[in-house]
Unconditional design. Sequence first.
Length: 157
Amino acid sequence: MAKQTISALVQGGKATAGPPLGPALGPTGVNIGDVISKINEKTKEFAGIDVPIKVIIEGKGFEIEVGTPPVSALIKKELKLEKGSGTKDTVAGDITLEQAIKVAKMKIDTLKSKDLKNATLQVLGTCKSMNITCEGKTVTEINKEIKEGAHDARFKE
């Protein structure tokens, strides 16, 4: 039997048997309740954020692949923001370096950087485009400090 893949966007930890998953899973013959509970288990850490998922079905068996939300969504969740700033003169929020590192750890597998320091610099780049400062400093200032090694102790895993 050929593999079948169903892709959807679900809210972390809150997938249901309703649309979009239920109607897509129904004709496949898998146990919808089992699929939904597995999705919710795997996405609970992303509560409140839409997460891309794939359900790969083969016969009566299935596996779940969970993508990660965009960096901007993780930053907004960390700062409890609805959105970034719409104007360049308005600061939308202030992230701590620890929060930026936390987001970098969540995304490191999908970022081009393979070490935590550079992944954090990428996260801060997103902060810059959202008009978010880091520990009261502009992203440019904090990036310079990071590149000069001033925060190296904070990147020990």
